[in-house]
Design a protein around this ligand. Structure first.
Ligand code: ADP
Length: 917
């Protein structure tokens, strides 16, 4: 315990100088002492030799608040703590007895009632003989000091407790770098005993020498280390990663020691590392997936992947190999190799000897593909190779040779030190391998690495799988595109066919479009037809790819001429529609067979074959153009550059087009016929028109003639009649007869001319049509004929008739002629009976004039309607032969129908049907 400086040092006794004898000096001394004692911060008192206190300094009274009389003697006890007082009394009495100085710390109650601790020291004042004169005591207030000491002790204890019980490692390092102190946690962390650790240089325990140097230099620069990562060596040789928090304890600018907290983060670090690795792995896997989804080419994807995988595993070489499978055999597809640095020579896959290569190829199989290689030495590699060949078609000795060669190739030549090779498969289908090589230093592949690579291999398997699907899709799309193109081609051809009846242009289009579409070197469309039983052959369309020799015109002509000798009988309709010939010899054989039945002058089979050779057709596809089983020609595709297998869809396409071509040729033929018919019709129409014109002209002439006749001839006729009448009275009886005949002839001629005039005027001088009541017409006619009816004693019955649209005058003329004839051509022995009746027929009205007269022979029923046609002489039945011609013409003008039914000898029935509207 440190004693405060203001407390007098412990002394055995105070010796009063003998100068006291001088009273003045004594007084002076007392005054000085009094003022000293009063100004002193301590409590002071003096007692007689027996302990009876007779003096206190002023500070005593001030502190205790006591009064002088109460304090004299042993009164001080009232200020003591009852618990302590017995001890104090005991000790004080003992000092009085022994005359030894007294020293004790005890509490005294102050004026405020609070106890404070005082260090009390009492020393005896002795005279020269050593007799105690008095006791001199001081009470020094040490309350705060005691509190401070207590606090210090508490804090030290706490510190020690903390130091010892802290779960965190804690050590102090001195200025010289030795470990001064270390707690249990620290010792436990590193596995040392206190003896093994404390007193040793801290640098011995650090794994990384630069780190401890750095730590010390930082600390000396008064830097506080917070979470400084370091690696400490444990007693068992393992290494712990710790975080150090440290600062220096300085005293008066002097480096005393560092206090270092050591937190073990090895686990955390491992976990972090694992996490980091797993994040990297995830990242890599994500990258694989990403790459797969970018739709890049497989080669590119593999290139990037090989690099990333190589980086991730820190392998010297990384390979990704895609193997394509056909018939359980594999061959190299896409391939990527990554080399970590330019110090690593790329692996040379061609380094295998041919024998080895052959062996390798022969033994690539599903099972061998799936073998995992985890190799870190030539021996292991040898065994791996043996495994690879196990149960294969390789003898034991061969296996050994092969494996040795592989070891030497890979370890010596290609510098491989370790190999990790995993199969890449997806859904059980192997797609290839991922291979890692270590070339520098030895390497043992950890389980974790193998697992990770396996995970990656799964993803790469998905990449391969997706790529395969994408390829299949691409192929399907291309197929679809091709089928669109074909559809388009068919549509185009059909369109051309639809627009054109020009067979040649259709066939050229077919040759051109089809040739291009199927990528043939040549496409021929030829056709034939017969003219006068001769086969006309024509090569109507030809397409040639760039650089391909076109069939020369001369050759075409040669064939054309030769085929001319074929007749329709020769053209076989039973030929196979498709001849698919994929090599030249087969084509020649085919031609021989085709030509065999015919003799073609000017073209022998050999000549034809020579021609085929000249045009170098390697593969030929010939499809007949047929329609309704009639051959019209053929489409021939040839490949010159290579032998070609014509695909079923190509054959189908050509067949479809051949069908369209057949129908096009057929329709073009129909069109041509239709055109010819139309031409004929046109010329007939023109002929008709010409005839009509001629007719009109002749009608005009007739009318002119009639007009002339009526006007110009009437006059001379009348004169003849007049002169005949005059002459009759002047000539003899026999001469009268001549005159009568002359006059009657003139009269007949007059009638004839009138009739002619009437006929000619029917069309040109007709009245406009209007509703005509046939009852009215017939009645008028009967009235006009009344004389004739009476003379012949005819009976006429008339039924109610309808109304028609017509020319009234012409209607009267019509009925007059028909009724007149019915009465006129009566049988001699029978009075005429005429029946007139009618009935509507649709929108027409049919009127019948039926008689019981002489009838008309069947063969004359047409002739009677022609002008001047008469069946009888005028002596028997007078007439001009114009009556029915006029009737016919009137009916025609009215767009009606005129018919006659008659039974010779018993009567006739004339029917007139006219429109009512
Ligand atoms: P036409 O009476 O002046 O000789 P038509 O042209 O009226 O001339 O008649 C032509 C011919 O048709 C007549 O000569 C007659 O032989 C025959 N014919 C016409 N009407 C009848 C009839 N109702 N019965 C028998 N024959 C008739």
């Amino acid at each position: 315990m440190n004693v405060p400086s203001h407390i007098p040092k412990k002394q055995d006794a105070i010796h009063i100088p003998s100068l006291l004898e001088d009273e003045k000096m004594l007084l002076e001394y007392e005054r000085v002492f009094q003022s000293l004692a009063d100004s002193c911060p301590q409590l002071m008192w003096m007692a007689k030799a027996d302990g009876w206190i007779y003096w206190y300094n002023r500070h005593w009274y001030r502190f205790t608040g006591s009064q002088e009389p109460d304090m004299h003697g042993w009164g001080w006890q009232s200020l003591h703590h009852p618990d302590m007082l017995p001890k104090v009394l005991t000790r004080w009495r003992s000092s009085l007895d022994t005359q030894e100085p007294f020293e004790m710390t005890f509490p005294l109650r102050g004026a405020d009632g609070e106890y404070r601790s005082f260090l009390t020291r009492v020393i005896p004042v002795k005279d020269a003989q050593g007799q105690i004169l008095r006791w001199f005591g001081t009470n020094t207030d040490v309350t705060e000091q005691i509190e401070a000491e207590k606090a210090l002790r508490r804090s030290e204890k706490q510190l020690n407790d903390f130091f010892d019980t802290a779960t965190l490692g804690l050590h102090w390092v001195g200025a010289d770098g030795t470990i001064l102190r270390a707690n249990q946690a620290e010792l436990d962390l590193l596995g040392y005993t206190a003896e093994e650790y404390i007193g040793r240089p801290i640098a011995e325990f650090h794994v990384d020498a630069p780190i401890i140097e750095d730590i010390l230099s930082r600390l000396c620069n008064n830097e506080k280390l917070i979470n400084y990562q370091a690696r400490l060596r444990c007693k068992d040789g393992s290494i712990k990663t710790v975080l150090i928090n440290s600062s220096v304890y300085w005293e008066d600018g002097q480096f005393i020691h560092t206090r270092c907290f050591t937190r073990d983060i090895t686990e955390r670090r491992l976990a972090e590392d694992a996490l980091k690795k797993s994040l990297q792995r995830e990242q890599l896997i994500r990258r694989v997936v990403e790459l797969a989804n970018q739709g890049l080419e497989l080669e590119k994807i593999l290139h990037v992947l090989a690099q990333e995988i190589g980086d991730f595993f820190q392998a010297d070489r990384a390979f990704i190999i895609h193997l394509e499978q056909s018939a359980r055999k594999f061959h190299l597809g896409a391939y990527a190799q990554y080399c970590r640095s330019n110090k690593i020579r790329p692996y040379d896959p061609t380094g295998m000897s041919p024998r080895l290569q052959e062996l390798y190829q022969r033994n690539q199989s599903l099972e061998s593909m799936m073998i995992v290689a985890r190799v870190s030495s030539p021996e292991e590699y040898y065994h791996y190779c043996r495994d690879y060949l196990k149960e294969r078609d390789v003898s034991e000795s061969e296996q050994d040779i092969y494996c040795r060669e592989m070891v030497s190739l890979n370890f010596e030549r290609e510098g491989m030190r370790a190999l990790l090779r995993l199969p890449v498969s997806y859904r059980g289908i192997p797609y290839g391998n991922i291979v890692l090589h270590q070339c520098q230093g030895n390497r043992v592949w950890s389980d974790e690495e193998v697992t990770t690579l396996q995970e990656i291999a799964i993803q790469v398997g998905i990449v391969f799988y997706q790529t395969q699907i994408a390829q299949a899709e691409k192929q399907a799309k291309a197929e679809l595109q091709k089928s669109y193109e074909r559809e388009h081609l068919i549509r185009k051809i059909v369109e051309v066919i639809g627009q054109s009846f020009e067979i040649d242009s259709i066939l050229w289009t077919i040759a051109d479009e089809l040739g291009k579409n199927v990528g043939a070197d040549r496409c021929h469309v030829s056709r034939f037809y017969f003219e006068d039983d001769k086969l006309i052959f024509c090569a109507s369309g030809q397409y040639c790819a760039l650089g391909i020799r076109a069939v020369e015109q001369g050759d075409i002509e040669l064939i054309t001429k030769a085929l001319q000798h074929l007749t329709p009988k020769d053209v076989r309709t039973d030929q196979e529609q498709v001849a698919n010939i994929s090599d030249p010899e087969a084509y020649i054989a085919f031609l021989r067979q085709q030509m065999a039945p015919y003799h073609l002058p000017g073209l022998s089979t050999d000549q034809l074959i020579e021609m085929v050779r000249k045009y170098e057709a390697k593969s030929t596809l010939r499809v007949l153009i047929r329609y309704r089983n009639i051959p019209y020609g053929s489409i021939t595709l040839t490949q010159v550059s290579h032998n070609r297998e014509w695909l079923p869809e190509e054959i189908e396409l050509v067949k479809i087009i051949a069908e369209h071509a057949g129908s096009a040729i057929y329709q073009a033929g129909l069109y041509r016929e239709a055109q010819e018919t139309a031409l004929k019709e046109q010329s007939a129409r023109q002929e008709l028109e010409r005839y009509a014109k001629r007719l009109e002209a002749s009608n005009n002439e007739l009318e002119q003639f009639a007009t002339i006749a009526s006007h110009d001839l009437s006059e001379p006729l009348r004169k003849i009649q007049m002169f005949a009448d005059v002459l009759k009275s002047k000539v003899q009886e026999d001469g009268k007869d001549y005159l009568d005949r002359m006059s009657s002839a003139a009269c007949r001629m007059q009638v004839l001319m009138d009739d002619l005039l009437t006929l000619s005027r029917i069309n040109r001088k007709g009245q406009p049509f209007k509703p005509v009541d046939l009852n009215e017409i017939v009645k008028t006619v009967l009235e006009d004929l009344q004389m004739m009816l009476q003379e012949s004693r005819a009976t006429v019955s008339l039924e109610n008739l309808g109304t028609v649209q017509g020319d009234e005058t012409q209607m009267r003329q019509l009925f007059q002629n028909l009724i007149g004839n019915a009465v006129k051509y009566s049988r001699v022995e029978t009075s005429p009976v005429v029946k007139i009746y009618g009935r509507p027929k649709g929108d027409h009205y049919e009127t019948v004039i039926q008689d019981n007269g002489i009838g008309i022979k069947q063969e004359h029923t047409t002739r009677i309607f022609e002008p001047f046609q008469r069946l009888h002489g005028t002596e028997k039945y007078p007439g001009t032969g114009m009556g029915l011609a006029i009737v016919k013409k009137i009916v025609e003008r009215h767009h009606g129908i005129l018919t006659v039914e008659s039974e010779f000898g018993s009567g006739s029935k004339f029917s007139v049907t006219l429109p009512m509207k």
